[in-house]
Design a protein around this ligand. Structure first.
Ligand code: NDP
Length: 487
C-alpha cells in the first residue's frame, strides 16, 4: 500500500523539494508508517524566507482589526473540523482520542481567538515633554520562527502562531519530525480563512532544519518548545544574529500534598499530572511530596485507582485513557529510567513494564508506574522522564519540603494541595516555578501566562504579556518648537 507524501507548505501552497529526500512518520500505537514528508532542502528554505518576507509585507500592512477578523475565521474552521484534526493528532502522537477530541484542537483555537481579540486593543503611549511630545508604536518584529515538540503538535503551532500573527508578523514553523501533519493542516486552514499567502509557512525536517531557522539572519525571533539541552543550542545559535527568543522547556515539577488536603482530590491531580497524555506533558508533577500523616492513605488510593481505572489500548477507542509513547526509542528511554529507579532503591508500587494491549499489540506503551519511598537524589526524582512515571516522597515539615521542592535547576510548574488558605499562598509564593496551581493541576487557559523559571524557559506564552513579546516599541519624538543649536 502506498502512503501519502506531504510537501512543505510555502507561500500558500504545497511546494516540492529538489532533493526528493523524505522521512517516514509512524503511528506510535501500531508501529506502522502512515505517511512520508519531504525534507526542507535549500530550495525550500530559500523559498520559505522569500515567502515569509512577502507575507509579512502584506499582513503587517493590514489593520489589527482586519487581521483579527481573518484569524477569527480560522478559529471557526478549527472548531468545525475538530474531529478530523483530533484524529490527525491521535495517529501522529499515540495519545488517546478521548483527550484529543476535547483538548488539543480546542486549546489551540482558544489561544488564536484570545490573541485575535487582543490585537486591536494593543496601544502605544503618548506623553508631553515640555512643548514637545513623543509617542510609541507597537510594531511587529518581522519573520518569526516557531519550533515545536511532538506532544501537542497542533496546539503548539496554534500557541506560537496566534500571538505572532495577531501582532502582524509572518511565521515559518517547523514541527517535530515525529508529528508533522497538524501544522500543515493549520497552514491550510489559515489560507482558507483568508490569511495571505506567505504569512504562515511550514518547513519539515529534523534538527538541521531547526538549526537553519535559528541561524538565519532574516528571522527576528525564535519561539522554541522542547528539551532544555536543545533550548540551549537554539539560544546559542540565535545569539549569532541577536534574535529574540521564547523558550518553553522541560520540567521536574513538585506537587505538595499537606495533611489537611482532600486526599482523593490530590490523587486525582497526581494521576492527571503523570498519566494524562501517557505522561508526555512538560508541566507534569513528577515529584509528589506527601505529608507523613496522609502518606499511607495517599499511596493506597493511588495504587487502587491506577490499577483499576487505567485503560490502555488503541488510542482511537474512546474508552482508552492511556495511549502509546511517541516512539520505540522513547519507550526504551522511559523503561531505562524505571530500571534505574529500581536499581537506586525506590519501591515500585505499581507498573514498571512495557505494555502490549490486545487492541494495539505493537504500540510503544508503558504501564502507568508509581515509585514510592523515593529519595531526593535518585535519578528518577532529578531528571525529566517524559513518560507515565511518578515518584512519591514523604515530608513532615513545611519549610523543609519547600527547600526540597526548589532544589532543582528546573522551575516550570508546581502545585499545592491544602485546605489552609494562608498556607496555600504562603507556600506557593516560595516555590520557584512559573506555572503554579492550588488545589488543581494542569489547567492552562489561553488567558493565563505560562513559562518557566530557572532553566525551564525564557519568556511566556499565552496571557496579555505574550503579545508584547511579538512586537517592538518604536519611540517617535515630535519637536513643536525651533531647534536650539550651538552650531
Ligand atoms: P526536542 O528538544 O528534542 O525537540 C524540539 C524541537 O526542536 C523539534 O522540532 C526538534 O526537531 C527540534 N530540534 C532538535 N534539535 C534542534 C537544534 N539543534 N536546533 C533547532 N531545533 C532543533 O524536544 P522533544 O520534541 O523531545 O519534546 C519533548 C520536550 O519538550 C520535553 O523536554 C518537554 O518538557 C518539552 N516541552 C516543553 C513544553 C513547555 O511549554 N515548556 C511543552 C511541551 C514540551 P525533531 O524532533 O524533528 O528532531
Amino acid at each position: 500500500m502506498t502512503t501519502p507524501v506531504y510537501e512543505n507548505f510555502i507561500n500558500g501552497h504545497f511546494l516540492k523539494n529538489q532533493t526528493g529526500d523524505t522521512f517516514a512518520v509512524k503511528n506510535p500505537a501500531t508501529d506502522e508508517v502512515i505517511y512520508h514528508v519531504e525534507i526542507a532542502d535549500e530550495f525550500i528554505q530559500n523559498a520559505a524566507i522569500e515567502s515569509a518576507k512577502q507575507g509579512f509585507a502584506a499582513w503587517s500592512a493590514m489593520t489589527p482589526i482586519e487581521r483579527s477578523r481573518i484569524l477569527l475565521k480560522a478559529v471557526a474552521i478549527l472548531r468545525e473540523r475538530n474531529d478530523e484534526l483530533a484524529k490527525v493528532e491521535v495517529l501522529d502522537t499515540g495519545k488517546p482520542w478521548q483527550e484529543a477530541e476535547c483538548v488539543d484542537v480546542e486549546t489551540g483555537a482558544d489561544v488564536i481567538e484570545y490573541f485575535a481579540g487582543l490585537a486591536p486593543a494593543q496601544v502605544g503611549q503618548q506623553q508631553m515633554v515640555g512643548n514637545d511630545f513623543y509617542y510609541t508604536r507597537k510594531e511587529p518584529l518581522g519573520i518569526c520562527a516557531g519550533i515545536g515538540a511532538w506532544n501537542y503538535p497542533l496546539q503548539i503551532a496554534c500557541w506560537k502562531s496566534g500571538p505572532a500573527l495577531a501582532a502582524g508578523n509572518s511565521v515559518i514553523f517547523k514541527p517535530s519530525e515525529e508529528t508533522p501533519l497538524g501544522a500543515i493542516k493549520l497552514a491550510e486552514i489559515f489560507i482558507e480563512a483568508g490569511v495571505p499567502a506567505g504569512v504562515f509557512n511550514v518547513v519539515q525536517g529534523a534538527a538541521e532544519v531547526g538549526q537553519w531557522l535559528t541561524a538565519n539572519p532574516n528571522i527576528e525571533k525564535v519561539s522554541f518548545t522542547g528539551e532544555v539541552g536543545t533550548g540551549k543550542k537554539v539560544m546559542a545559535s540565535a545569539a549569532g544574529s541577536l534574535k529574540d527568543v521564547t523558550m518553553e522547556l522541560g520540567g521536574k515539577s513538585p506537587l505538595l500534598v499537606f495533611d489537611d488536603a482532600d486526599v482523593s482530590q490530590a490523587v486525582s491531580a497526581a494521576m492527571l499530572g503523570n498519566f494524562y497524555t501517557q505522561g508526555e506533558i512538560c508541566t507534569n508533577c513528577t515529584r509528589i511530596y506527601v505529608h507523613k500523616n496522609v502518606y499511607q492513605q495517599f499511596i493506597d488510593e493511588l495504587k487502587t485507582r491506577t490499577e483499576q481505572n487505567i485503560i490502555a489500548g488503541d488510542p482511537m477507542d474512546p474508552e482508552v485513557n492511556l495511549g502509546a509513547l511517541i516512539s520505540k526509542k522513547h519507550q526504551e528511554l522511559v523503561l531505562g529510567y524505571i530500571d534505574k529507579g529500581i536499581q537506586e532503591g525506590a519501591t515500585l508500587l505499581t507498573g514498571g513494564k512495557a505494555l502490549s494491549p490486545a487492541s494495539a499489540p505493537n504500540g510503544y506503551f508503558v504501564e502507568p508506574t508509581v515509585f514510592v519511598d523515593c529519595k531526593d537524589d535518585m535519578t528518577i526524582v532529578r531528571e525529566e522522564i517524559f513518560g507515565p512515571v511518578m515518584s512519591v516522597l514523604v515530608f513532615d515539615d513545611e519549610d523543609d519540603v519547600i527547600q526540597r521542592a526548589n532544589d532543582t535547576h528546573l522551575g516550570l510548574a508546581a502545585g499545592v494541595f491544602t485546605k489552609d488558605i494562608q498556607r496555600a499562598h504562603r507556600v506557593i509564593h516560595q516555590l520557584q516555578a512559573g506555572i503554579c496551581w492550588i488545589n488543581s493541576y494542569g489547567n492552562s487557559p489561553a488567558e493565563m501566562p505560562v513559562g518557566g523559571y530557572k532553566q525551564s524557559g525564557i519568556g511566556r506564552e499565552n496571557g496579555i504579556e505574550t503579545l508584547d513579546h511579538y512586537t517592538q516599541t518604536k519611540s517617535i519624538y515630535v519637536g513643536m518648537s525651533n531647534i536650539e543649536s550651538p552650531f
